[in-house]
Design a binder for this molecule. Sequence first.
Ligand SMILES: *Cc1c(COP(=O)(O)O)cnc(C)c1O
Length: 399
Amino acid sequence: MDAKDPLAEAEGVATAWAREDLAELASRGLRRFLEPLDPAQGALVRIGGETFINFSSNDYLGLASSPTVRAAAQAALEHYGVGTGASRVVTGDTPAHQSLEARLAAFERAEAVLLFNTGFAANTGIIPALVGSGDAVFSDALNHASIIDGCRLSRARTVVYPHADPEALAQVLAETPARRKLVVTDTVFSMDGDHAPLRELLAACREHGAALMVDEAHATGVLGARGAGLCEELGLESQVDLRMGTLSKAFGGMGAYVATSRAVVDLLISRARPFIFSTALPAALCAAAEAAVDAVESDVHLRERLWRNIRRFAQGLRALGLPAEPRSAIFPVILGEPERALDAARRCRDRGLLVKAIRPPTVPEGTSRLRFCLSAAHTEGHIDLALEVLRKMGVRHAE
Ligand SMILES: *Cc1c(COP(=O)(O)O)cnc(C)c1O
């Protein structure tokens, strides 16, 4: 009876690791916390009984709560039930998935489209399906975490090139020996809202026989005459090898897709691990996304409202002496150290604005920030209130 039960101690080991790491994160202002919004959608949200104007959602067109999108999801929910029970290569495929892919292919003017469960799954699935050891992948220094992880998982040599710098890219493309070369970039950068110089990047790719993959997560539904993203805006839809987009931001739902050639889609079906080894998206989400694509294409007022808000906010920020360009729905106010960003977020909150502090590793050290995301659902009054709060706080950009 004296002998300790050898199994009794196992429980605490991971907990001890967690306590140690949490203390370290907290000491650097990098711990993250959850808070539930109820109900979640809309320009106005409620947290713990208080109402805030939401400036941290990527629901750029307000489609997450659109009645037509909800109705499409409900009808599909009745027809198909909730879960799909298996991966699409097993028994998880439905006509709702096929129909959405055909709809997205028309929207993107692409030969073929393949769905993924999330943007994260798309990037971590596509990159390793295309390149591996002996190959090289070239990644912008400010690319999204899911691209960084996709590069790591691929086992290709990863070359990070300076942000939005086609000349630097051309140089590393020339200097790096590899069997295959893949260049990957966000089109609208998620934490800064600036654009990749796609034309110049594409020219560098062509010169060096590299393929180009772009992530349009923050551009789909926002940029381009039909809302199909930066490639559409620049007339490069047919030139870019792979165009990844999400259903989770401007389309207001969940999931992601890649618009590319039939051959690439066929390869991904046979090789992209998050596609093969993960249960298919619920059909209700496919139906919702299809209704959202219809809304983006047919209702130009949605994007007009968003862009009116973008222009108004950019102008207002500049009037406060803060650098701002009307080029996407994302506006960073860079404050420097994590504690400064957290403090600014707390002060915004005291005045009714929900805007989250963005800290490393999401952004580089020393560039912690408030990141304002605008939506077509915001009113002029919401935009003006945010500007007034920033004015009263006397916010200054960090050098
Ligand atoms: C949000 C985001 C993703 C991930 O998309 P999810 O559908 O949320 O997983 C990928 N890339 C970029 C640039 C993003 O901003």
